[in-house]
Design a protein around this ligand. Sequence first.
Ligand SMILES: Cc1cc2nc3c(=O)[nH]c(=O)nc-3n(C[C@H](O)[C@H](O)[C@H](O)COP(=O)(O)OP(=O)(O)OC[C@H]3O[C@@H](n4cnc5c(N)ncnc54)[C@H](O)[C@@H]3O)c2cc1C
Ligand code: FES
Length: 256
Amino acid sequence: MWLEAPDIAHRVLPGQFLNVRVSSGLDPLLRRPISVCDVEQNRVRLVFRVVGRGTALLARMRAGDELDVLGPLGRPAPELKGKDVLLCGGGIGTAPLLFLARRLKRGHRVHVLLGARTKAELLLVREFRALVARVAVATDDGSAGFHGMVTELAETQCKVQNAECRTQSGGGRKSGVRSPKSKVHVRPSVVFACGPRPMLADLVKRLDPIPVWGFVEERMGCGTGICYCCALPKRGGGHVRFCEEGPVVRLNEVVL
Ligand SMILES: Cc1cc2nc3c(=O)[nH]c(=O)nc-3n(C[C@H](O)[C@H](O)[C@H](O)COP(=O)(O)OP(=O)(O)OC[C@H]3O[C@@H](n4cnc5c(N)ncnc54)[C@H](O)[C@@H]3O)c2cc1C
Ligand code: FES
């Protein structure tokens, strides 16, 4: 969905989201948070999956309809010093990484890994490939790219245990293979990831000690820091409200 929203388009940064009112009445009462997937001049792109009533109502919108949104909300992805950045998206979690890739490609070498259950469920691959050269995909059923989870692919490519690994561009991606020949070694100084919580937890474990920043897309209430229903426990005590201190949080510092 593209929204004509000049005010938001000129201010929003990667990682921020909009809180969208999905009905003109009081039911459903709560707004639905959707990340900004991309920006083009005065327009903002949202990519969402219909999972329940709110998103089903949103999907009924037609060109010319007006939408009530709050935003941009949340803190954007942090500025980076390192050169090599890995973006790792699972399922609908791929969406907000596109805007990030667009911004990062200017000063960084960006590597993108996209995962889904099947080839048909892979999202935005064409758009990512138009932006950055190093894009690889993984599918659980092996119907496209690496056969396995995107977190496995990330571990294989990063080779964090191997001090001799070197950075190469390009790569020999082949459909449905796990062969070492298909590996592209990257040494990211930071990883940004978005996807289901188990995927994020798995990624942190596999890539340790590389810092992993996650776009946390969990259930939210107010979306503005008041209700605490989005709080995640921090390692060592305290909480992070990901609508306020996130949604991009350093995953190594929270309990997923
Ligand atoms: C910061 C943020 C950014 C997000 N960005 C996107 C995006 O770009 N695209 C996208 O498709 N979705 C995104 N989501 C998830 C999206 O907000 C939910 O899918 C949506 O709120 C579900 O509403 P519903 O009324 O359709 O479903 P409901 O009827 O409320 O719920 C249906 C199912 O979705 C689960 N669910 C409900 N709310 C959430 C939630 N907030 N997060 C995760 N699961 C939920 C429920 O547990 C249930 O299983 C984002 C969430 C957050 C917090
Ligand atoms: S959703 Fe209310 S504090 Fe985050």
